[in-house]
Design a protein around this ligand. Structure first.
Ligand SMILES: *Cc1c(COP(=O)(O)O)cnc(C)c1O
Length: 492
């Protein structure tokens, strides 16, 4: 069962099943749903798991959560991993140092780790909506990776419409093309004049607009969400941390029972939360090392116990998916550690004072599981170049994990760092890091980088440049609501 991170308002149910939590992800007082209890991996789990493939491990973990989803639907959802690069394993673990392994989570259709959760989640959500004969709208504001992955998973799925807003000029060419060329009559992609904050604020003002909410009601359309506030995404993000470890057991790089560091490049903290739950379930993680960029709100919290955004402005970096100041999933950790009433208090402080402060005791508890550090763009570029020359190509988000590896890992235990995107989504940064060349557009950068370094660009990326642009609209904030309502009236 799932309960609410800020307690119950006596209007919503006090405990809900998984299906309810993912169809209706907003809980009382603006909180989130979190599991009431977590399952435990039995002592023989890993012994058995070394003989299992990804899907088998995933299914076993999902069944341990006793989610109210038919086993057949779970199987079908997991079978979507068959479309990833390696049919037998959606992820790949690569050793790049004696004690450092990269867990590549980007081998899905949109080349970012968002696919790991959104592919199966999209199938399950649409299936539930269909079974309930209810239509749902998913509104997404994206800085670049959530958009393509959300559109891909819901394209032509029944009972779901998706509206995705991106900041025009604020994403890479590849990310924009992934969205604006995406087919599917149930999808609407809108460029917004402004930056990511403007796109996100447009979404928020829609949700607060009485006329918009009224219009949804009259059309009998409900709202859900596909970002990581939805636990339906988090549950799939627990699994790959566990499977990364199993991969090293399989190759005997880790001996049974041995613990390790999990390094996570973080923004909205969904990936890190997955690691936290995995640890609580029984994965022997010594510590979760959080890597941030110069929007270092997470590393400040974990190092000082203070979350303070009073004088903060969002800074643009070469790791845009981590450019975030309000990191939603920290809330689930606070709830898990300190309970609903304290969590509500802290979240209220954040809302009203734009700042909250943990007690020394609370900070100590947080630091038992987490450590954190941030790096700037120059560091990331330096690491991209260094490793590319050594033969391993990593994207700018993944490069931030090297800072955590170098500064926070102070013993011989191995570390597994999550690689969250393929370099092909950030080709201009790659070219500038490795070839000291400022290339303006992705097409040229992809060509030059792949040619000089003999690395392949997957067809799904190179084909984007020849595809028809389907979604051409770039709108001012004021015009969004009307455009969306028009789209919702269309029959599909
Ligand atoms: C979304 C994303 C992140 C941040 O992940 P969170 O779960 O939001 O912390 C990091 N890197 C890339 C490439 C992403 O797309």
């Amino acid at each position: 069962m799932f309960i609410e991170t800020r307690g119950n308002d006596n209007l919503k149910p006090k405990e809900v099943e998984f299906s309810y939590a993912i169809l209706n992800p907003s809980a009382s007082f603006g909180g989130l749903y979190a599991p009431k209890t977590l399952p435990k991996l039995q002592s023989d789990f890993f012994q058995k798991a070394v003989k299992s493939n990804y899907k088998e491990v995933a299914k076993e973990i999902l069944l341990k959560f006793k989610i109210d989803i038919d086993e057949k639907i779970i199987d079908k959802a997991l079978s979507l991993y068959d479309n990833f690069d390696d049919k037998s394993n959606p992820t790949a673990v690569v050793k790049i140092e004696e004690d450092l392994y990269i867990n590549e989570l980007y081998h899905g259709p949109t080349r970012a780790f968002k696919d790991m959760a959104l592919q199966p989640f999209g199938y399950i959500l649409s299936n539930l909506a269909k079974k309930k004969k209810q239509n749902y709208l998913i509104l997404a504001a994206t800085s670049g990776d959530t958009g393509p992955a959300t559109l891909d998973t819901f394209a032509n799925k029944p009972n779901i419409k998706v509206v995705c807003m991106y900041p025009d000029g604020g994403t890479s060419d590849v990310q924009r093309l992934q969205m604006v060329t995406q087919e599917g009559k149930n999808l609407k992609v809108l460029g917004i004049v402004g930056n990511f904050d403007d796109a996100q604020n447009s979404l928020k003002s829609l949700l607060a607009s009485p006329s918009f909410i009224e219009a949804l009601k009259s059309k009998n359309i409900k709202l859900s969400a596909a970002n990581s506030v939805n636990f339906g995404r988090i549950i799939f993000q627990i699994i790959y941390h566990i499977y990364g470890y199993i991969s090293l057991l399989k190759t005997s790089d880790i001996q049974g029972g041995g613990s390790f560091y999990a390094i996570v490049p973080s923004g909205n903290f969904g990936n890190a939360l997955g690691a936290y739950y995995a640890k609580k379930i029984g994965l022997p993680i010594k510590k979760i090392l959080i890597a941030s960029n110069i929007n270092n709100i997470l590393s400040a919290l974990i190092n000082t116990g203070v979350y303070d955004i009073r004088d903060r402005k969002l800074l643009k970096t070469t790791s845009p998916a981590m450019d975030i100041l309000i990191s939603s999933n920290v809330e689930r950790v606070l709830f898990d550690k300190f309970g609903a009433s304290r969590c509500k208090e802290l979240m209220n402080d954040l809302k009203t004072k734009r700042c909250y402060k943990l007690t020394a005791e609370e900070l100590k508890s947080l630091r038992e599981d987490f450590d954190a550090v941030y790096s700037d763009d120059d560091f990331a570029k330096k690491k991209i170049k260094e490793y590319t020359l050594k033969g391993y190509v990593m994207d700018p988000h993944t490069a931030t994990t090297l800072k955590a590896y170098e500064e926070l890992k102070n013993d011989d235990l191995p570390a597994i760092a999550c690689s969250t995107a393929e370099w092909t989504k950030f080709a201009t940064t790659m070219a500038s890091a490795v070839e000291d060349k400022e290339v303006k557009d992705d097409k040229e950068a992809l060509k030059s980088f792949s040619k000089s370094l003999h690395v392949e660009v997957p067809k799904s990326i190179s084909a984007l440049f020849d595809k028809e642009i389907i979604h051409k609209k770039v709108l001012q904030k004021e015009d969004i609501q009307e455009e969306i309502l028009k789209f919702l009236s269309e029959e599909i």
